[in-house]
Design a protein around this ligand. Structure first.
Ligand code: NAD
Ligand code: GLY
Length: 370
């Protein structure tokens, strides 16, 4: 792992998430944590940075340096999806109360999706809602979880079951912070990048096929393009449907299968992005059987996923019955009916209940044989 590089430039690209009075910018560039004026989004005198034991030694001091004119407290949580719980959320809330933070405080999430989701939920709950800023440090968080205002913690019975829609004041993305990200985490983030190509942007999917090598080398230009296009796709979908009444659900391609895997694993062993990668292959298979994409399209999706060293099969111990038991708890289940995101073609997805249970079982059994 390389150390954090502190020598970069200022903000280079801004995308707006258009949500009326809840609109906010996504700043993308290199060296944001060093140079961006994070302070401009901290409107009161106090802030609380939430981060974890891994990220704090890398980036906390750099961020604190930007906020020297504020009173800044910090919470350093344990690192891991298994700590994305109500108990650990309570540590953030307790700190806010103990340190006398009032309604003008700003929470700052410095970390990956786990920290971002928990900080956002704490901000939504504390005194019925205070401001928060996302500083995502994983690829997955930069292209997905920091944008769109979904915040949550897990429950032992289901992933992200307790949460709120709550938008940040700003998202500040420092591509440079990916230099310290382990390969496996980087690849997991690529699963969500590939997702945008599959659900809404065939041109981007083709670009990913052509630029796999540059991305694998973490070429900064290629990364900037991939992050920007992911955020543009996400911002467009979220702006059209903030609270997932319709189109936003396509952002969950593969997630119903993936969340079942994560819950089965008790949030260990499979990273979120890895579980989503397996789920996207399963969703593509079901889409093919349901009359959507062709076999060739499924093969292209699978090949791109494999190119980024992502898994395409569920955990060995998992059976089709386990999927069925866990998938019925999905948040897309309405009136007892399971709805899944299916591909109409590469670059276009729909949320559908229009598939035969027998087809789903076929996909599950086949996937669990691998
Ligand atoms: P994560 O937050 O667990 O981070 C992955 C690992 O990388 C952790 O060990 C972390 O400490 C470490 N890390 C983070 N930044 C680093 C850096 N720059 N250098 C070195 N190490 C670093 O995982 P994630 O993949 O970022 O996020 C997954 C979570 O996001 C899941 O809980 C998932 O449910 C959630 N999620 C939410 C949304 C949403 O819309 N809110 C969307 C997708 C995923
Ligand atoms: N990650 C799915 C969503 O934001 O809706």
């Amino acid at each position: 792992m390389m150390s954090a590089d502190r020598t970069e430039t200022s903000l280079s690209k801004t995308i707006n998430v258009d949500l009326g009075e809840r609109s906010y910018p996504i700043h993308i560039g290199s060296g944001q944590i060093c140079y961006a004026d994070v302070g401009q989004y901290v409107l009161g005198k106090k802030a609380l940075i939430v981060t974890n034991e891994t990220i704090a030694p890398l980036y906390l001091d750099i961020l604190l340096g930007q906020l020297s004119d504020k009173h800044v407290d910090q919470v350093i949580l344990k690192d891991g999806e298994q700590f994305k719980t109500l108990d650990h959320l309570n540590l953030i809330l307790t700190q806010l109360i103990e340190k006398h933070h009032d309604r003008k405080t700003t929470l700052i999430a410095l970390g990956g999706g786990v920290i971002g989701d928990m900080t956002g939920f704490a901000a939504a709950c504390y005194q019925r809602g205070v401001a928060f800023i996302q500083i995502p440090t994983t690829l997955l968080a930069q292209v997905d979880s920091s944008v769109g205002g979904k915040t949550a913690v897990n429950h032992p019975l289901g992933k992200n079951m307790i949460g709120a829609f709550y938008q940040p004041q700003a998202v500040i993305i420092d591509i440079n912070s990916l230099k310290t990200l382990p390969d496996r985490e980087f690849f997991a983030g690529m699963a969500e990048v590939i997702k945008y190509g599959l659900i809404s942007d065939y041109g981007f999917f083709q670009w990913l096929e052509r630029n796999t090598a540059s991305l694998l080398h973490r070429d900064e230009k290629a990364l900037a393009y991939a992050i920007e296009h992911s955020c543009l796709n996400k911002a467009k979908i979220v702006s059209a449907d903030e609270t997932e009444q319709g189109i936003r659900a396509i952002l969950n391609l593969g997630h119903t299968f993936g969340h079942a895997i994560e819950t089965f694993q008790q949030y260990t062993g499979f990273l979120h992005g890895e579980a989503v990668a397996v789920g996207m292959v399963m969703a593509a298979e079901l889409s093919r059987i349901s009359g959507g994409v062709s076999q060739q399209d499924v093969d292209r999706a699978r090949a791109l996923i494999i190119a980024f060293s992502l898994p395409i099969a569920p955990p060995e111990a998992m059976q089709a019955d386990d999927f069925m038991r866990l998938m019925v708890r999905d948040k897309k289940v309405l009136d007892g009916q399971l709805r899944l995101v299916l591909l109409e073609r590469l670059g276009s997805a729909v949320v559908s209940a229009d598939f035969r249970l027998q087809w789903l079982e076929e996909v599950l059994v086949k996937a669990c044989q691998n």
